[in-house]
Design a protein around this ligand. Structure first.
Ligand SMILES: [Ca+2]
Length: 165
């Protein structure tokens, strides 16, 4: 159809469509340009979590002694030493510590001028825990550490403490 003074409808539609296409391309181009050149988003500060400083572990305790200290003078020793040099006038005195939690027998063997040995039952279970020998040179203490009358430890009195052999 042709109208006077007017372009053909198909030509109009073609021109209009082309124009729309160009406008669309330009629009997408502008959008692309904006996308590339858009301002960077503002940096949002991220809160830093507060972490408590690690607490230093206390230093380990110093290592204890490898061996227990030698036993010093005990009440048992006071009783034993009270018989040093004593002439019993007999070969044996039994349970010279009646009423005490430990039992001591003292012996003066034949031909000895004074007490020369003793036995100690520390817990009065009728099994000897210790044998003591009084020699002219030294005092020896043999200990059954398992209270089984098997004497596995030996000490010597040095005047202040028992020193393990
Ligand atoms: Ca005992």
């Amino acid at each position: 159809m042709r109208l006077a003074g007017q372009m053909r409808l198909t030509t109009f539609l073609g021109v209009a469509g082309t124009g729309l296409l160009v406008a669309a391309i330009a629009g997408f181009g502008a959008l692309g340009w904006w996308w590339v050149h858009r301002p960077a988003p503002a940096e949002i500060p991220v809160p830093v979590p507060v972490v408590a400083a690690p607490v230093a572990a206390p230093p380990p305790p110093p290592p204890g002694p490898v061996t227990p200290p030698p036993p010093s003078r005990r009440e048992v020793d006071d009783v034993l030493f009270s018989y040093l040099g004593k002439n019993l006038g007999t070969d044996k005195l039994k349970d010279v510590t009646k009423g005490k939690p430990f039992k001591i027998n003292v012996y003066q063997d034949s031909g000895k001028p004074a007490v020369n040995r003793a036995k100690v039952d520390l817990d009065r279970d009728d099994r000897w825990d210790e044998k003591i020998t009084f020699d002219a040179e030294r005092i020896t203490r043999q200990v059954a550490s398992a209270d089984d009358e098997w004497y596995d430890l030996t000490y010597h009195w040095d005047g202040a403490i028992w020193v393990r052999e």
